[in-house]
Design a protein around this ligand. Structure first.
Ligand SMILES: [Zn+2]
Ligand SMILES: [Zn+2]
Length: 351
């Protein structure tokens, strides 16, 4: 854990090797979002106007869910300023892209840009970091959960990926809304309430059964897709006192076509080095990282990361250990004895 460097330390060393275009906003990336929007609205019309077999409706739900997730990835990028620079346009486009996930642009920028990116994997200040043993021992309500066997916890944890983004987003709203200046707060409230009003209003327009296929099932699918990435971004890595993306982030690999439809969201370590860069250039950043610091970089296929996530507990001990509070089995973390290909717990005393 010694020898950690901040993201700007790495960025300064790579930036000089990057073309200047990598840092320019690219409005052309909105075309992908427009495609997702057209697909989503067309699917709404089909579900709303045509009586179809439930299985066909379910197929359409999957298409809408994938589009919701794709729009979410683009929203993340827009709100980092990689698409347009004008702040009102950035927030408007970000609000549209995050509409299905009902996350307002002001809230997202505070939660994600100003806290998650600045304090990544800090045990107290990163709103997305998982708790330490010390912290959960104070939360009596949750203690019984950690007394369940790990495979059962893993099953429920994976099932909850289908709601985790929405649930966490609502929690973030309650955490951060108070931190906005009083005159800003109504806007932040509105940006959360308006999307929910439209989705609830849709029930009255098309009826409850069709609404399940048009919104609720797609929302669960979108949650699962975005959380499959978000849960593997940092949760196998240690907590770090210095925000070092090579130590505290993981880049997953997915087939090329998946990277295309998800706007290169898999390159998460690269994203933490350069959040404002056009993600099209992340493969070049990756090459530079692998040349300069190959022993520090963490990368693995998405499926392997998800399997490793299933096999390890989500509680930290002394920053570097993932520990099962039930039996005190320790698993290490990436860069700290955790081998994702052969996960073997040890007793803490064996350290
Ligand atoms: Zn992150
Ligand atoms: Zn980001």
């Amino acid at each position: 854990m010694n020898d950690l460097h901040s993201f700007s330390w790495y960025a300064a060393r790579i930036k000089k090797h990057m073309p200047i275009e990598a840092f320019k906003p690219v409005p052309r990336r909105l075309l992908g979002g427009l495609t997702y929007l057209v697909i989503t609205i067309s699917c709404f019309f089909v579900i709303g106007l045509v009586e179809l077999h439930p299985l066909i409706n379910l197929g359409i739900s999957i298409i809408i869910g994938c589009s919701f997730a794709g729009l979410g990835f683009l929203g993340h990028e827009i709100l980092h300023g990689t698409v347009v620079r004008k702040s009102w346009l950035r927030d408007l486009l970000g609000a549209i892209a995050f509409w299905p996930l009902s996350t307002g642009p002001q809230l997202w920028r505070k939660w994600h840009n100003l806290n998650h990116h600045v304090h990544t994997q800090h045990d107290e200040n990163d709103p997305d970091a998982w708790p330490t043993l010390e912290r959960i021992s104070k939360l009596k309500v949750f203690r019984w959960i950690y007394n369940l066997p790990l495979p059962i916890r893993a099953f429920f944890a994976f099932a909850s990926l289908a709601v985790q983004f929405t649930a966490h987003s609502l929690k973030m709203f309650t955490v951060y809304v108070k931190e906005f200046k009083p005159r800003k707060q109504p806007e932040v409230w509105l940006q959360t309430i308006l999307p929910w009003m439209t989705w609830i209003g849709l029930i009255f327009l098309i009826g409850f059964t069709k609404w399940l296929f048009a919104f609720l099932i797609p929302l669960l699918i979108a949650n699962f897709i975005v959380m499959a990435y978000i849960s593997t971004n940092h949760r196998l890595n240690p907590l770090t006192p210095v925000n070092d993306p090579l130590a505290n982030s993981l880049t997953v690999t997915v087939p090329k076509w998946v990277d295309t439809i998800h706007f290169n969201f898999s390159y998460h370590t690269e994203h933490h080095l350069f959040p404002g860069m056009n993600p099209k250039y992340y493969p070049i950043v990756k090459q530079h990282i692998k040349t300069m610091w190959p022993e520090r970089y963490h990368e693995m296929p998405m499926t392997q990361a998800l399997i490793a996530l299933w096999q390890t507990p989500r509680v930290y001990f002394e920053h570097n250990e993932l520990i099962d509070p039930m039996n005190k089995n320790a698993y290490g973390s990436l860069g700290n004895k955790l081998d994702p290909k052969a996960i073997l717990p040890r007793k803490l005393t064996d350290k």
